[in-house]
Design a protein around this ligand. Structure first.
Ligand SMILES: C[S@@+](CC[C@H](N)C(=O)[O-])C[C@H]1O[C@@H](n2cnc3c(N)ncnc32)[C@H](O)[C@@H]1O
Length: 271
């Protein structure tokens, strides 16, 4: 199991989807007594000044680095009076954070996994926030519905990334923002950007945030390992350390030695 988690990004795309079902089911099982694990990303550590426009309450502060990844990714969008879509919202922590702190008109958070969507709708409450089930490559929304699309650590899972990009462009209003962050293998980076360009987005900013992700994992590893030790049976713990990028795992080392890149990308649909 540990090897499957470690090599996930190298697995054929058609088997990545069923693997998510298994992983979500495990998360639901291990976090059901007092659910609190609502992030599935590696986090971002930056200058405090980057985040001076909000102050986290005590409960949210526990997930500071995962939240900062969302805040960083969304930094070029003014949420007020806008309708926002997130694709690949996972266990909903990022959607809940953006909806509660930046108060868009509506925030629709979509994930492929129906059980996780059900969990999110009962667990996260915020005005305008709803979770729906759907597929990134076939977004169940009308044309030009949203002012922004958020996508954090999810695009790498999709079977057809160019199809996803064209779906994002379809559902965005002219001038709408595409706010993306993900790990990308250096060998795949150029093709990823070419696909984005071909779709016709205008680039606002592309930033290599690998050092910020590695620093976040360093600062958060102890908490991540403790949460796993408290909830996950012993025989599965190394797989979860791998998934969570705990220091010492293959995933952490792959980041720390530049085997993987990590980028935040802000794009705009031309008006
Ligand atoms: C690494 S998790 C990130 C979750 C969340 N964005 C976060 O940062 O906590 C990736 C998510 O993408 C979802 N996903 C994978 N393939 C998908 C697809 N084709 N369409 C929609 N969601 C998908 C998975 O179910 C999973 O919840």
């Amino acid at each position: 199991m540990k090897k499957i988690v470690e090599k996930y990004v190298e697995l054929p795309r058609n088997i990545r989807k069923p693997l998510w079902r298994i992983w979500h089911n495990l998360m639901i099982k291990f976090d059901r007594k007092s659910p609190e694990e609502t992030f599935l990303n590696y986090g971002y550590a930056g200058e405090d000044s980057e985040f001076s426009h909000f102050e986290l309450n005590k409960k949210d502060a526990k997930f500071k680095y995962s939240i900062q990844l969302y805040a960083h990714t969304a930094r070029h969008h003014d949420f007020s009076n806008t309708d926002v879509l997130e694709v690949g919202s996972g266990r909903g922590g990022g959607a809940s954070f953006l909806a509660r702190y930046f108060k868009p008109n509506s925030y629709t958070a979509m994930d492929i996994n129906a059980r996780t969507v059900k969990f999110c709708n009962s667990f996260h409450k915020a005005e305008g926030l709803r979770f729906v089930q759907g597929e990134a490559e076939k977004l169940p929304f009308e044309n030009e519905k949203f002012h922004a699309v958020v996508n954090v650590e999810s695009a790498r899972c999709y079977g057809n990334i160019p199809k996803f990009f064209s779906e994002v462009k379809r559902v965005l209003k002219p001038g709408g923002k595409f706010l993306l962050a993900d790990m990308i293998k250096p060998a795949d980076y150029d093709a990823f950007l070419v696909d984005l360009e071909k779709t016709g987005f205008k680039v606002i900013e592309i930033k290599n945030i690998l050092p910020n992700v590695v620093q976040a994992l360093r600062l958060d590893s102890e908490q991540r390992a403790n949460a796993i030790d408290n909830k996950v049976p012993k025989f599965l713990r190394t797989s979860f350390y791998e998934f969570a990028g705990v220091e010492g795992s293959g995933r952490f080392d792959a980041f720390a030695t530049n085997k993987f890149g990590y980028w935040s990308i802000t794009l705009e649909k031309p008006a």
